[in-house]
Write a protein that binds this ligand. Structure first.
Ligand code: GTP
Ligand code: MG
Length: 205
């Protein structure tokens, strides 16, 4: 897919104030500092579309970006940043969870995981929660450039093995780097496929 236009539309703390037009939308979530905003810039080939920072906790709101005037990318706040107060963490968690459960337009949630790390309880529990709530998601391993290819392959394969201890099957998995753009085509192709499907699932009979 060619990205012709990408523009910031609005930031919100309440999902009910997000754009009301009915377009496919794809949200990016994961621990603070995992590389959500960098991935969005990489996908859209815009340097500063989403604000990035070496300091965790940069993104505090639900940010909508309109792509090719046709679909949205949503940058979400990271979860689990330990140096935030409990009250702030709870507030962010409710912003995120209300958005995920309430936003009918959200076609897929990309859950980002740092490819260098062992499976972390907070991510595994978050994915469990998504499963329990029937939220469609995929896993994106980030920062693949920060280690050798073989190590990266091994680590991410081990991560998937761990998931298969509790999941019957894996969701789609992408291996990416915002530095060298790996994984870009795979994610954009996946989005392009989903953009062809009807926006809302048929109501159950
Ligand atoms: P919050 O909004 O704070 O939750 O963080 P975020 O998940 O949006 O992370 P962000 O994109 O701001 O990136 C955090 C840091 O990791 C920045 O210093 C980025 O430059 C760096 N980074 C992100 N992705 C990559 C990557 O693929 N490779 C490398 N080498 N660095 C990356
Ligand atoms: Mg961010």
């Amino acid at each position: 897919m060619i990205i012709n236009t990408a523009r910031f539309v609005i930031s919100n703390s309440d999902y009910r104030k997000c754009p009301s037009d009915m377009r496919h939308e794809y949200a990016f979530i994961g621990r603070s500092n995992v590389g959500k905003s960098s991935l969005i810039n990489m996908l859209t080939v815009r340097k500063d579309l989403a604000m990035t920072s070496a300091t965790p906790g940069k993104t505090m709101l639900i940010n909508h970006f309109l792509i090719n005037d046709k679909w949205y990318i949503v940058d979400l706040p990271g979860y689990g940043y330990a140096r935030r107060s409990k009250a702030d963490r709870d507030k962010l968690e409710s912003i995120i969870k209300n958005y995920i459960l309430g936003r009918a337009q959200m076609t897929n949630l990309f859950v980002l995981v740092d490819s260098r790390h062992e499976p972390q309880k907070i991510d595994l529990e978050f994915m469990e929660w998504l499963g329990e709530n029937g939220v469609p998601f995929s896993i994106v391993f980030t920062k693949m450039d920060k280690q050798g290819n073989n190590v990266g392959e091994q680590k991410t394969a081990a991560y998937c093995e761990k998931l298969l201890e509790t999941w019957e099957e894996l969701p789609p998995v992408f291996r990416t780097s915002s530095q060298d753009k790996r994984g870009r085509d795979a994610i954009l192709n996946y989005i392009e496929e989903m953009n062809r499907l009807p926006l809302l699932a048929e109501p159950e009979q």
